[in-house]
Write a protein that binds this ligand. Structure first.
Ligand code: SF4
Length: 332
């Protein structure tokens, strides 16, 4: 079958390391159910060939939770919606303790996350103190996720030695205005450009299952592929009570698996990380399916506002799948 998308992907992505384009990603997203295992198997082969068997393990901690002025319709941390998330800030000793615990679980990245449009002076001070305190005590790469940055702020983070910066585009450019109205997709792109220019690694992903069409899902994968992020966190919508997306249905497990395979085939060289929503969409078995379907990074422990699986469960699974945890020396 010369026109078969998986045969094409085998040749183009597996053999040559060239990503699928938007139309090709769409074809994967439209595969019938019975071909999903084949797509996942190919995505796994691509990951093994171009990224290797190691799995990057990461920890995240929220340094400022809730009360965000933005209106991202999926987010329980927006101060504009009535959600059960309370506004809290963590102090420096707690952050250092969390970094120690994260490193002890084998993680190589520790990401400081704040629910803000962008950092103010107080937050930048808190981050620089936290980064210095953690660097003094814990051997781990530091990442930050602090929203939209000015050039001066990006320069400050790079000078502090922040290894990677997370800023998600969240969804396709054509869908973004229905998901966020308080800032634009282009503003997010500007921050990503600054991060890259200043030499930090780019972590950029989003959420699948926010009412986008399959065409928009493919558009998003292609837009990410163009940016060539070092890491892509792939989330599935977990409809949180009180948010405008509370009533959206949880993505069908088959569609989630199709998305995992399609995103890997669009991003053959990228660290592709399971982020939030995987337990809800795929159940406990989903982690295994994903790790055998192109995913090669995971967050251990709790997500920002919902509970994830225990690190022991995830790490035991990696041992069972003969996938070593990536060592810190490989990530420097
Ligand atoms: S900017 Fe971040 S924290 Fe704020 S509402 Fe959007 S996703 Fe949530």
């Amino acid at each position: 079958m010369r026109d078969d998308i998986l045969a094409t992907a085998r040749e183009q992505v597996l053999e040559r390391g060239e990503p699928l384009d938007e139309a090709q990603v769409l074809a994967v997203l439209q595969l019938p159910d019975e071909r999903v295992p084949e797509a996942l198997e190919l995505a796994h082969e691509v990951r093994m060939r171009w990224c290797g068997p190691a799995v990057e393990v990461e920890g995240i901690v929220s340094i400022k939770t809730g009360g965000c002025p933005e209106d991202c319709h999926f987010c329980s941390q927006s101060g504009r919606f009535e959600t059960p998330v309370r506004a809290v800030r963590l102090d420096i000793p707690s952050l250092v303790r969390a970094a120690h615990e994260t490193a002890a679980s084998g993680a190589t990245e520790f990401c400081l996350v704040a629910a803000v449009r962008g950092p103010d002076e107080r937050l930048m001070t808190q981050v620089s103190e936290a980064v210095a305190a953690i660097q003094a005590e814990v051997e781990i790469n530091l990442a930050c996720s602090l929203g939209i940055l000015t050039r001066a702020q990006a320069e400050e983070l790079a000078a502090l030695g922040v290894h990677r910066y997370n800023h998600n585009l969240e969804t396709a450019r054509s869908r973004f205005p229905q998901v966020v109205t308080t800032h634009t997709w282009e503003e997010r792109m500007d921050t990503l450009a600054l991060v890259r220019e200043l030499g930090m690694e780019v972590c950029c992903g989003g959420i699948v299952g926010m009412g986008e069409t399959l065409e928009q899902r493919a558009e998003f994968a292609a837009q990410l592929s163009e940016i060539r992020p070092d890491e892509v966190p792939l989330n599935f919508l977990d409809p949180r009570p009180g948010t405008p997306f509370a009533e959206l249905s949880v993505l069908d497990a088959r569609d989630a698996l199709r998305a995992i395979a399609a995103f890997r085939l669009a991003l053959p060289l990228t660290v592709l990380r399971f982020a939030g929503g995987r337990e809800l969409t795929l159940g406990d078995l989903g982690t295994r399916d994903g790790m055998l379907g192109g995913i090669n990074a995971m967050i251990v422990g709790n997500y920002l506002t919902t509970l994830g699986r225990s690190p022991e469960q995830d790490l035991a699974l990696l041992t069972e799948l003969s996938m070593p945890v990536k060592a810190l020396s490989e990530t420097l």
